[in-house]
Structures are given as C-alpha cells and as structure tokens.
Design a protein. Structure first.
Length: 293
C-alpha cells in the first residue's frame, strides 16, 4: 500500500498590533484601532486552524483504516493510504516559536501541527520557499491558504483534496484554485509532479491580478486547473462587512449541518458591535415598473 501525504499549508502572521489587517484600521483607510484588528485576526487564525483540523480528521475517518483504491500511474489499481498534516508558515524566524506559544497558551487542539519559517525578498519568494519545504518534508499534494478566511468550511478543504487527488495520476500534474472576492486567489495547490511556482504571480510585470496570473501561468505550461468554490478573505472594510454576514450565517447553519463554525470570529464581531449589517436603500436598480405594475 502506497502512502500519499497531503499537506494543508497555512500562511499566517502573528496577530501583532499594527502589523495585521491594517486596511481595517485608522493606520490606513479603515475605522478600527490597530488593537481591534489584531484581536480580530487572532480569532480568525484560531477559527481557520480549527476548521482545517476538523476537516482533516473527517478525511481520515472517511477513508477508513485500509485506504482507498486509486488508479496507479502504470494503469493498474494500487492501494493508496492518505495521510494529512497541517503546516503553518510564518516569518520572520523569531516568530515561529511565538506562533507555537500562541497555540500552546490557548490549550489543547484536536491534532498536532508543524510551524515553519518562509523567507525571501518578495511574497512570491516566501510562498515558493514554504512550498519547497513541504515538498522536502515528503508532501505529495499541497493545498495552501491564508488565515484571514473565517468563512472557510470543512467542505472546502475536503473538496480541495478531492480535486487534487484527481490530478495525482495526470501526467505532469495540475493545479487547483479557489478565487477570492477581488480578482485574487484564496486557495491554491498542486501535486508534487506539477511544474509550477508562484514566481511572477503576486508581483506580476504585466499588472495582472493574482487569479488571471495563475491561470496564465498554467496555460503557458499546458497544465489543467480545477475549480474550487470561491472563498472570501478579509482585507478591506467592504470585506469586513461581507464576512460579518457570512460568519453569523455559518454559526446559525452549524446548528443544522456538519459545519465547524467560526465561533471566535462571530463573538469578536458581536463584541465590536457588528451583528447585523444594515445598508441604506438606493435607486441603482433595473426598472421594475413594467413587471410590478
């Protein structure tokens, strides 16, 4: 039986005041004190980690103790046993120990995880360095994301790996991606055999945003790309308002469905005074007089 190692690579900063979610703060064009943005990011980080851990446990339970049958590269069926791990990548190096302590101080977690340090002169290089470390650790599939996505669900993680496993026996591999709400990408991943990197994606010389840059990179290499449902993140105030509605809806839906709710973030929104988002009426609508009479 062959083992297939699956890695969730989570990129995260420490929730340091003045260094996270600054676009939500008065340091830039937001409305919150930097301390508030730090607490919110802290809650989102813990919620996202818990959601990932629960999803990986579900995947292990769904697989059962003997693995599954997967088509082998030579056309024969071979038994494949999937293992799953969470790797948190942070920077700079001194923050790795601080990240471990952040989680240790919070108490017990459903499963263990690793913390690595990504380095480079640009975000492209940091991302590539983190991926390289996961390949060196033996990963066969990597699904990567950020920690500012409180609307992430267990189903997103499960489907991400389902799509990656479809690519495992495709010659040359392929990528999976989930767009965010602003022409970017919230989840990206590929298989070990895939000739792909982040170079020129986040710092694109042609001015492309992240989503079309990834697609262009895949097209140039004739690589398949598999779609994942969009997952919004939280960068701007508009993102914040959107996620308030999503998070509270998810917490209610969790009473009736198999959802790991982002309860910390929901509590933070409530404490910030944001439970309902009320928008002013406007007249920028298509005319309906001919329909409504």
């Amino acid at each position: 039986m062959r083992e297939r190692k699956n890695t969730v690579l989570l990129f995260s900063k420490l929730p340091e005041v003045g260094l996270v979610k600054t676009r939500l703060t008065t340091l830039k064009d937001g409305i919150f004190p930097p301390e508030t943005a730090s607490v919110l990011y802290h809650c989102m980080l813990f919620d996202v980690v818990e959601i990932i851990m629960e999803a990986l446990s579900d995947l292990e339970l769904e697989q059962g103790p003997i693995g599954e049958l997967s088509a082998g590269g030579d056309g024969d069926d071979e038994a494949v046993f999937d293992t799953y791990e969470l790797v948190i990548s942070t920077t700079p190096a001194p923050n790795a120990q601080a990240m471990r302590k952040l989680f240790e101080d919070a108490g017990a977690w459903p499963r263990e995880f690793e913390v690595i340090v990504d380095e480079g002169k640009s975000f492209d290089e940091h991302y590539n360095h983190a991926f390289d470390q996961c390949w060196e650790r033996g990963a066969d599939c990597i699904l990567s994301m950020g920690a500012d996505m409180p609307a992430l669900t267990k189903a997103d993680i499960r489907f991400g790996f389902e799509q990656l496993h479809r690519l495992c026996n495709v010659p040359g591999g392929g990528i999976v991606l989930a767009p965010d709400q602003e022409m970017g990408v919230s989840v990206i991943g590929w298989t070990r055999e895939t000739d792909f990197s982040h170079t020129g994606v986040f710092y694109n010389a042609d001015g492309l945003t992240v989503l079309p840059a990834y697609i262009k990179y895949a097209q140039e290499r004739d690589l398949p790309a598999l779609w994942l449902p969009p997952i919004p993140d939280v960068d701007t105030m508009q993102d914040f308002y959107h996620n308030v509605t999503l998070v509270h809806a998810l917490n209610y839906c969790a009473e009736f469905d198999d959802i790991c709710p982002p309860w910390r973030t929901a509590q933070a929104f409530d404490e910030m005074g944001y439970h309902d988002i009320i928008v002013a009426p406007n007249g920028l609508l298509d005319p309906r007089g001919h329909i409504d009479k």
